[in-house]
Ligand binder design. Structure first.
Ligand SMILES: [Zn+2]
Length: 845
């Protein structure tokens, strides 16, 4: 043993390969030898977007081995680096594959200091005329300044910013000093606790602020909303939800808010709903500042969003995943706990139904496709981390977490989470670390359970079969299979509900076999319908038998249990998607039953399903046939509805669906005169959406509609948005084509939400034939979109590009593209398969 150790010590180590991105090998090496990292950063920010931002970066760290050259991540041009010194000595460095290489001769064991003068890269600085904000998740800190960009090398950050005098600044740490010179102001911020690079952040620009106090702490909101009425209407609710979330998390985790301060910034057209930068969380402004008469779903979404970002302060920020392959670990807790936090504040809502509607349909959207990915994914290089994000992480993992809490029991679950947070505070931990803690308190085999639900992609198909004699059940069996032949592997408890006029019968079964017989059902009369996920806990495609299908298409509304009715509608839609129900029957079912639906969550889901069934599952001819019927039903409901949130949903759905000249004229007059409908006022946001929809249907008026609407918008940020989108709505094909071509230039893709919206309009179902030619180019651009865009953009890009396509030709284009690119990155290929699923099903294999 000793001999071997001596032998290895005498060998100089294999040099670390220099790869672009941040490879797992490099990250593991650095994690092993580097500790106690502190960054002192300074940025000098000019007013003009086109002027360069200069920076100074001093990295202090301890090194326990100096046999290797040191790789520092910097994804910019070499010319952006001015000088580098290491331990006060000027360094002759090498620059290769997005890394600054410090030769090992400059390094010593123990404390080292590296200082870099540089020009900051602009990729992740989101520079606008009057403001900028950083967004470094997952590995974008390295696009701005040299650093060790990996989540498990946590560091303290000491930041100072010089900004134009008319701007203000906010960052992770509290402001400790501010000095104003002639044209510029310098801000110094307090040193932070240990943070991963992706959570380091700041925002600066022309912002307004509102400060509120809670339990002795000051919280400031930074915003650019110019509609003061809107700000006044929403501010109380925003702060209230923040404080409620903080209190709940402190109570649940047994750990006080773990950082020095907690401010937040409302960013116009922010790429995500929110981003949990420690002490300076970013939100999409429109998700915080809601219109008058918001829908119930908008209120729920805002409460959940604030709770989600606040949960992250513990899950993700205090304890961080070791590597981005388990980024789902922070997202699952943020989402799962957000539901628990917000529930008490919506006492009239059925929370199990809310959970069902929030997570299952969205998760099925991916799991029903050939591009489904498991919750746990592989990641060999952080440059691909963006592709890990998606619906499975945000929506399937809370469902799986719900199963886990069911297995361990709520008290053990909470205790386990507390132990996990305490053990790994300000450090990193993995899913396996958590399972090891929870495993102590349960007899169930959590590892085996995890290997099916966390490591496998997709969902099982669960079907029921009944035989009868003289109207009495002889055999009721439940089968479970998936398209990979894992029949019986998806172990879960489901509740079979047999529907009868005078009371339903329920049977809980465990689906741990390919076929399970429900012995207790023998001898019962044949039911009107069977729903195999009756208590809303089952996960899968629940294939309806013919009798149940026929019954539910006409009679869902007769089910008086809201939760079961919600399940029935999800099942009907999934059966539509899988070809077991046809589009016209589904639309007829909604026309018949929507007017009878009292529960707002089910009502909203039905409206969403109506829109997608109408545009995606009907061809143009069928649409023509049902258009008047659908429009009239929605219009009649719109007039009658007294709840303003529901009224608003009806108006927006009608505006989305209307195609007949008669209804378009009606809507045009409502839009033009900003006519209130009952007590529902036409807010700017509503008239903007209406204007866009009308522009698609009334090509002769498009110019006038868009010009009028742009004039009506007083807020500069929102005016720019509509100006950007306008060419995508044009009646002139040449204008649309040249707009599409302009997206090849990364500068025109900077505002990602604007681009996604514009692409939706370009590829609108009514224009899908002309838009087919955009598909090959959209696919060609995808890798670049991933490289230059933020984490959700590749999915959103594809989603928008495929949103209006129904043709086999669109599927064939996709197949051809994949065939021509056999080496295409797997995770992007999955995103294509997810979004092209419907057209791929239609095209020839
Ligand atoms: Zn999150």
């Amino acid at each position: 043993m000793l001999g071997i150790i001596l032998f290895t010590q005498c060998q100089s180590p294999e040099p670390m390969p220099i790869e672009s991105g941040v490879s797992k090998t490099l990250a593991d090496y650095r994690k092993q030898y580097i500790t106690d990292v502190v960054y002192a950063l300074h940025f000098d920010i000019p007013e003009k977007v086109s002027d360069a931002i200069t920076g100074k970066d001093t990295i202090c760290f301890s090194l326990s081995d100096n046999q290797q050259d040191l790789q520092i991540d910097f994804r910019e041009k070499q010319t952006n680096i001015k000088t580098i010194s290491c331990n006060k000595q000027l360094v002759k460095y090498e620059f290769k594959n997005e890394h600054i290489i410090i030769p090992q001769r400059y390094l010593k064991k123990g404390k080292n200091t590296i200082a870099v003068d540089f020009i900051a890269g602009n990729t992740s600085l989101n520079r606008n005329d009057e403001f900028l904000y950083t967004l470094f998740v997952p590995d974008r800190a390295r696009t701005v300044f040299p650093c060790f960009d990996q989540p498990d090398l946590k560091a303290k950050f000491r930041l100072s910013l010089t900004v134009p005098n008319s701007w203000i600044a906010v960052a992770n740490g509290a402001e400790i000093a501010k000095q104003t010179q002639e044209k510029k102001t310098n801000y110094q911020f307090a040193i932070t606790k240990q943070l991963p690079t992706y959570l380091f952040g700041f925002a600066t620009g022309k912002f307004q602020t509102i400060t509120r106090r809670h339990k002795g702490r000051k919280h400031t909101m930074y915003y650019r909303e110019t509609d003061t009425g809107k700000v006044d209407d929403n501010t109380d609710a925003i702060f209230q939800q923040l404080f409620q979330s903080l209190d709940w998390m402190e109570e649940y985790t047994g750990i006080k808010y773990p950082f020095a301060k907690y401010d937040f910034v409302a960013i116009p057209s922010f790429q995500y709903g929110g981003m949990e930068h420690v002490g300076a969380t970013l939100y999409r402004a429109s998700s915080l500042f809601l219109d008058k008469n918001p829908t119930q779903n908008q209120l729920l979404r805002r409460a959940n969003l604030i709770a989600h970002e606040t949960s992250h302060m513990w899950f993700g920020n205090l304890v961080t995943m070791r590597w981005f392959d388990q980024v789902w670990l922070k997202e699952v807790f943020a989402n799962y706990l957000a539901d628990k936090i917000t529930n008490p504040y919506f006492p009239k809502i059925n929370h199990q139904l809310k959970f069902l509607m929030a997570h299952y349909p969205s998760s099925y959207k991916v799991d029903r496709t050939a591009g489904a990915n498991p919750i746990n994914q592989n990641l060999s290089n952080l440059k691909d981390a963006g592709s890990i994000y998606g619906r499975i992480i945000y929506n399937k993992s809370p469902i799986v977490m719900h199963m886990l809490e069911g297995i361990t029991g709520s008290i053990n679950f909470q205790k386990g989470l507390q132990e996990y947070l305490k053990t790994y505070s300000y450090g990193n931990a993995s899913w396996e670390d958590l399972i090891a803690i929870l495993d102590k308190s349960t007899v169930a085999d959590l590892k085996q359970w995890s290997s099916a639900w966390v490591d496998q992609p997709g969902r099982p198909t669960i079907s029921t079969f009944v035989t009868n004699k003289n109207g009495k059940i002889v055999d009721l069996t439940v089968t479970q299979k998936d398209n990979k032949g894992n029949n019986g592997a998806w172990n879960q408890n489901i509740q079979l509900t047999l529907g009868y006029k005078n009371g339903n019968k329920n049977f809980v079964i465990t689906t741990n076999q390919p076929v399970v017989t429900v012995e207790k059902a023998r001898g019962l009369p044949l039911p009107d319908f069977i729903i195999a996920n009756g208590n809303a806990n089952g996960y899968g495609y629940f294939q309806l038998d013919d009798k149940s299908k026929t019954y539910l298409l006409k009679n869902c509304y007769k089910i008086d249990n809201d939760l079961l009715r919600g399940v029935a509608w999800i099942n009907l839609y999934e059966n539509l998607y899988e070809g077991n129900v046809d589009g016209c029957s589904f639309i007829d079912a909604v026309i018949l039953q929507l007017p009878k639906e009292q529960n707002t969550l089910v009502f909203s889901e039905m409206l969403g399903y109506l829109k997608s069934a109408y545009w995606i599952f009907l061809d143009a001819e069928q649409r023509k046939e049902v258009a008047t019927k659908v429009e009239n039903m929605l219009y009649a409901q719109l007039q009658q509805e007294t709840n303003l949130g529901r009224k608003s949903s009806l108006l927006m759905s009608l505006s989305n669906i209307a195609v007949t000249p008669k209804m378009c004229r009606k809507l045009y007059h409502i839009w033009k005169n900003k006519t209130s409908i009952g007590k529902l006022e036409l807010s700017e946001q509503r008239t903007t959406t209406m204007a866009c929809n009308l522009a698609l249907q009334l090509p002769e008026k498009v110019k006038q509609i868009i010009t009028t609407q742009i004039k009506r918008i007083s807020n500069g940020d929102r005016k720019k948005r509509l100006q950007f989108i306008a060419p995508a709505l044009s009646a002139d094909q040449n204008v649309r084509d040249s707009f599409f071509n302009s997206l090849s230039d990364v500068r025109n893709r900077e505002h990602e939400p604007w681009v996604s919206t514009a692409l939706h309009y370009l590829n609108h179902p009514t224009r899908q034939q002309e838009a087919l030619k955009y598909l090959p180019k959209s696919l060609e651009l995808l890798e670049e979109v991933k490289f230059t865009g933020d984490i959700f953009f590749p999915y959103d890009w594809l989603n928008a590009c495929y949103s209006g396509h129904q043709s086999a030709e669109a599927g064939n284009i996709t197949r051809r593209f994949l065939k021509q690119h056999p080496e295409y990155p797997e995770n992007l290929k999955l995103k294509i398969l997810q979004n092209a699923d419907l057209v791929l099903r239609k095209s020839a294999k």
